[in-house]
Design a protein. Structure first.
Lengths: 635, 364
């Protein structure tokens, strides 16, 4: 009697969670059955690697008789080399007093006495650290790369800003360039341009050109359309409108484009040392590979100081009101500063005086050693627990699962998050990784990235939400985030190395502290840009602040949060790869090995390609709703 | 060119603008007669201007009025091809604008036609004087000459003493005066106004409207004025074109629109207009009846009805409505009262209206 009431559901509806759970279960079962089969273990003698190594041998042999090299690539190389040595010679010719004076003068013109004082003090610190020569080399390298980036990037950016069609053409290319980890550029460049300063300049230029193009295009696009139309209505030619309307109105945003380009270049010049570019990078890479914080700290500080000085100068230029012309008194002061430096140059010793340098290598090493030993209990506990509970099981999972199962999982996840086309792209990348013979190392790198990303996102969301809700906390956090974002990436390896020595965990720690700031910022901005009227409406309907967050602010900030996730992934990947220098192993290590051992060049090269594929794959998986600003919404 | 008798004349014939990827093909098919919504659904193209024709005589103030989305801003941009029309013929001063080469078109924009924009379109990085001189600068006029000219124009629009300010230091009304000055500085024969005062406060808007009327009296340019504000249209327009969904519904003097709306849409628009402020005695004059005394006060036929009330109250005899020496008809107190009470609508003689546009300027 009672059974009729219970057993007559007119229509059985499957709850929403059944399908995903079923699929997940299916994967678990498949894994348990097929575990250990279909794995693709790493073989450092793989024929794919050998082929690339041979290609390099062939190129090295024919560098001077093959027409492509003889009439094209070699000329580029010679030109870049000439530019670099011109700048290098000029900077050296100024002598240290001259350079300090000139930089002080430029900084004065850019932003007044504070910026000038910072510039003079900053450049003096290069000498004090005993790194004058390396700093000047780095400056010359950065200057050449930035110059080339701007000469090429700004016209392209203007073009893209004016034409929707060009913008549509550039955007996917720039997207891919921006998700490429910096390591990945180096091997092909070494192949085509040999190693040394020119290859370093070109690598740096390629890495730093996307913001020059993107931000310039954005600046041009944002110019008030009415102003442009008014100019056209008065019969201005396109060139007149460009020169008199677009460029002046885009000026301050374009200064930020230049600033971004410089910052990107500064973070790349260090890595460029792996292909024998001169400068501060050599101390840093040496320090990293020997795990000696004492060697790398001064060089790292010098790069940070250079970044801060140049950043302050460019930001002041961007902020300056173009109506206030530079006053005569400023010009006089600047002339005096520059003149004093130049006059002092021949009078003072050519080299930075030795008695004005401080050598702290051993002291720093002692402090680090003390820190390592006294905190050993805590740090090794964190490290070991984390490795045993999270890293190792996950890595085992990825490497022991059959390749087809991983591929299927990636396909399903990407499909669900981002749709068909991104899913197919992600799958293609994964299959290419398998074909390249880098499966196992890619899976290891993937593990590290996955773990770092999850932790980054959790921390980033918490801090971002906190900052969006409490203004005082946000005011405290903002300057920290600003500072964090001007620092070149490898600087983050320093504290990680000092605390955890060389292990996989070090790289994860570094990439978390590297990627958290932009994630926090994006989340905070996303929540804060929820329209005030919507928040007001929800509050007046009686929402608690928790309900407001969960039901209004977070859902409405969804796009910003997805973008934050994507940014986090891209940055983490870049850092995990650099982390190879401090023990992250896997793909990054293959790349580094490729540069140091000629016979392993092929493996390093292919590992670089695999990294790019991995990056594209992760990017596609997390692309989600149209998160990337599309051409119509600005690049 | 300036001496040519019709240098400021504008002629538009069969003008079409369809936005979208296959605009040409839509134009060649019968689809173009679909309503905009249906057309967008079917072809993905948006028709903004549909088969528009009109003439503007030199020195006339021609107002195009319509609600937002009616295509009026697109229309005015098509006149100098700031937006390229899809089809149709445009002449300015007798010259075929659509056939003009890019260089010739630039000449036209530089010397003959200038435009004032809703959001001003001033250049924030230039001083007011340099904004005003911008048109001369791109023509290649020397700095001293263009600054002298710009200073003259600034005092014409009442901005003496603001030459060295920057646009964002001025109020909205003053910024639009700068926009006006910039358009005047190149001495055009034709001025186009794209809703120039909609972004301004009501009081400032009234000042600026008076300013335009004054300028028109002083410099006598041909003006094409876009607005969505009926009272502005009635105040400024010698003739008004009402646009709806890209097409012109009716062109006429304010009097014709108010007295004889072409369809319900226009009628709906002008319903709240105080008609005694727009219509003239011609509209309510009737033939004198047998034995009606014809020695009352005489008023010209173009007198606004509201202005006849005074005469009617001072004399009990019917007012004689005259056109020159000729008697058009009479109007007595009863006629006026029933008109003011709104009981005359059916009695209006539409066909008899041929009031010449230029005399019918409404309350300025």
């Amino acid at each position: 009697m009672s059974s009729t009431a219970v057993s007559t559901p007119s229509r059985f509806r499957v709850p929403g969670w059944v399908a995903p759970t079923g699929i997940a279960l299916l994967f678990v079962v498949a894994y348990l059955i097929f575990q250990g089969t279909g794995t693709l273990p790493h073989n450092s003698e793989a024929p794919q690697f050998a082929a690339v190594t041979e290609l390099r041998e062939w190129i090295d042999d024919h560098r001077n008789d093959n027409p492509v090299f003889l009439y094209f690539l070699n000329y580029i190389r010679i030109f870049v080399e000439a530019l670099f040595s011109l700048l290098q010679t000029t900077l050296y010719a100024l002598g240290w007093p001259g350079l300090i004076g000139v930089m002080g003068a430029l900084a004065w013109l850019a932003g007044g006495w504070r910026v000038a004082l910072g510039a003079v003090a900053g450049f003096c610190s290069f000498g004090v650290f005993g790194l004058w020569q390396a700093s000047v080399d780095t400056l010359a390298l950065v200057a050449s790369a930035v110059l080339l980036s701007l000469v090429i990037g700004i016209p392209l950016g203007v073009w893209a800003g004016l034409s929707v069609r060009v913008r549509k053409l550039f955007t996917p290319v720039l997207d891919v360039m921006q998700i490429m980890p910096h390591f990945a550029y180096l091997a092909p460049l070494a192949l085509f341009f040999h190693i040394g300063a020119p290859a370093g300049v070109i690598a740096t230029m390629i890495y730093s050109i996307p913001p020059a193009i993107r931000i310039t295009a954005l600046a041009i696009q944002r110019v008030s359309p009415t102003a442009v139309e008014a100019s056209a209505s008065l019969g201005a030619t396109r060139a007149q409108t460009l020169l008199k309307v677009h460029l002046p109105l885009a000026r301050s945003t374009m200064a930020l484009a230049i600033n971004q380009t410089i910052m990107m270049a500064l973070s790349m010049v260090v890595i460029a040392n792996l292909i024998s570019a001169p400068g501060l990078g050599s101390d840093i890479i040496r320090g990293l590979s020997r795990a000696q914080v004492g060697i790398m700290l001064p060089a790292g500080l010098a790069i940070v100081v250079m970044a801060v000085v140049l950043d302050r100068m460019m930001v002041s230029v961007a902020k300056r009101d173009p109506r206030n012309k530079i006053g005569r008194s400023s010009l006089v002061v600047a002339a005096v500063l520059a003149g004093a430096g130049l006059i002092a140059a021949p009078l003072l010793p050519r080299e930075w005086p030795a008695n004005l340098t401080i050598n702290l290598v051993s002291e720093i090493n002692d402090v680090v050693l003390w820190a390592e030993t006294s905190w050993f209990g805590v740090t090794s506990f964190i490290k070991d627990t984390f490795s045993n509970l999270v890293l190792n099981p996950l890595e085992h999972l990825f490497t022991s699962a059959p390749w087809w199962l991983v591929a299927a999982a990636v396909l399903v996840v990407a499909w669900r998050i981002s749709g068909v086309r991104p899913a197919l792209t992600a799958l293609a990348c994964l299959l290419a990784i398998a074909l390249l013979g880098t499966w196992e190392h890619s899976m290891r790198t993937l593990t590290t990235v996955a773990v770092a990303v999850v932790v980054t996102l959790v921390i980033g969301l918490l801090l971002g939400v906190a900052a969006a809700r409490w203004d005082t906390y946000s005011a405290f956090q903002r300057p920290l985030l600003d500072a964090a974002q001007t620092m070149p990436s490898f600087v983050y390896l320093l504290p990680a190395l000092a605390l955890f020595g060389t292990t996989r965990f070090t790289a994860i720690f570094a990439s978390i502290i590297f990627a958290v700031p932009p994630v926090v910022r994006l989340v905070e901005d996303g929540i804060r840009t929820v329209p005030a009227t919507v928040v007001e409406a929800a509050t007046s309907a009686g929402s608690t602040s928790g309900q407001l967050l969960w039901k209004v602010q977070l859902p409405m900030a969804r796009r910003a949060i997805l973008l934050a996730a994507n940014q986090g992934i891209v940055m983490t990947l870049a850092m995990v790869v650099v982390g190879a220098l401090v023990g992250a192993g896997a793909l990054g290590y293959d790349v580094v090995l490729g540069f140091s051992q000629r016979t392993d060049f092929g493996m390093g090269f292919v590992a670089g390609v695999a990294m790019v594929l991995l990056g594209v794959m992760l990017d596609r998986i997390t692309q989600g709703a149209d998160r990337r600003p599309s051409p119509t919404k600005g690049m | 060119m300036r001496e040519s008798p019709d240098s400021g004349a504008i002629g538009v014939e069969g003008l079409w603008k369809i936005f979208g990827p296959r605009a040409e093909r839509v134009l060649d098919s019968d689809d173009r007669f679909l309503e905009p919504g249906a057309l967008r659904e079917k072809t993905g193209c948006t028709p903004a201007v549909r088969d528009v024709s009109f003439e503007v005589s030199p020195g006339e103030v021609f107002v195009v009025m319509g609600l937002s989305g009616s295509g009026k801003s697109t229309l005015v941009r098509c006149l100098t091809r700031l937006i390229e029309p899809t089809a149709g013929r445009i002449t300015i001063g007798g010259e075929d604008v659509r056939a003009a080469s890019p260089a010739r078109l630039r000449e036209l924009r530089r010397h003959h036609v200038s435009m004032v924009f809703q959001h001003f379109g001033l250049l924030p990085h230039r001083r007011v004087i340099d904004n005003v001189a911008y048109g001369l600068e791109i023509q290649g006029t020397g700095k001293a000459a263009r600054h002298a000219r710009a200073a003259d124009i600034l005092s014409l629009v009442g901005l003496d003493g603001h030459a060295d300010s920057y646009p964002d230091q001025l109020s909205g009304g003053m910024q639009q005066r700068v926009g006006l000055a910039r358009a005047l500085a190149v001495e055009p024969q034709v001025m186009l106004f794209d809703e120039p005062f909609s972004a301004l406060d009501p009081l400032i808007r009234r000042d600026m409207q008076a300013e335009v009327v004054r300028l028109h009296r002083e410099v006598g340019k041909t003006m094409v004025f876009i607005t969505h504000d009926l009272s502005e249209a009635l105040k400024l327009g010698e003739r008004i074109a009402i646009m709806r969904a890209g097409a012109i519904v009716q062109i006429g003097t304010p009097e014709e629109l108010v007295g004889a709306p072409a369809d319900d849409y226009v009628a709906d628009f002008v319903r709240d207009v105080p008609r005694s402020h727009v219509l003239t005695l011609r509209w309510i004059a009737r033939p004198p009846e047998e034995g009606e005394p014809l020695d009352g006060p005489a008023l010209p036929a173009v007198t606004l009805i509201k202005d006849a009330i005074g005469a009617a109250s001072s004399s009990s005899r019917p007012i004689r409505v005259v056109d020159g020496d000729e008697l058009v008809g009479v109007v007595d107190r009863v006629d006026l009262l029933s008109f003011l009470a709104g009981q005359d609508v059916s009695g209006l003689d539409v066909s008899g209206s041929d009031a010449s546009g230029s005399d019918a300027v409404a309350t300025a």
